[in-house]
Design a protein. Sequence first.
Length: 211
Amino acid sequence: MESTALANLLASPWGALLIFCLRIIDVSMSMIRMILAIRGYRAKAAAIGFFEVLVWLLAVGQALQHLYSVWHVVGYAAGFATGNYVGVWLEERFAVGLRVVRAIFRNGSEQRGTRAAQLLRERGYGVTEVQGRGREDVVEILDLIVARRHVAEVTQLLRQVDPEVFISIEEVRAVQGGYVRPGGRKFPFPTRLRTLTNRSRVLREWLLRRL
């Protein structure tokens, strides 16, 4: 009796909503897993991949059982699309990793590059100053490695000194030696993602008990 009631529930639009939610979870986890793997977080990427596949199997299983239901097909596709959006949003919110910020100042009498370097050092950033030659004249080049969450602050400080400064930002996979201002955000795996995976596990166990 309970199995019949559950089957009827999963065959209804509520089942399509469940597939939609499962797809959001597994696609978001997939995107985060790939980002962590690229950046060298192998253990965390493997752990996320385990739970990602469990959620994916639940979603695919329900979708295949109701393949001729428009609601279920739409829920599966919409969940995939929404999961990509949510995954990108989560990655931006966590702001994991380091960035190289390079600023190029035209070397005039005001010595904007030197003033910008001094201002950044006062804020706790390590800065390397280099003189170079651009297309027309001598330039001052500042190089610094910062946590991704500090990039906006650094660029704002550089623009305060020279609104026309040329800035480029590159991703860093690893650093050895040198100085990087502390305060970079570690990936919150023990808290937020653990909560997410625990909820997925509870949902999986609840469904298995009733199938």
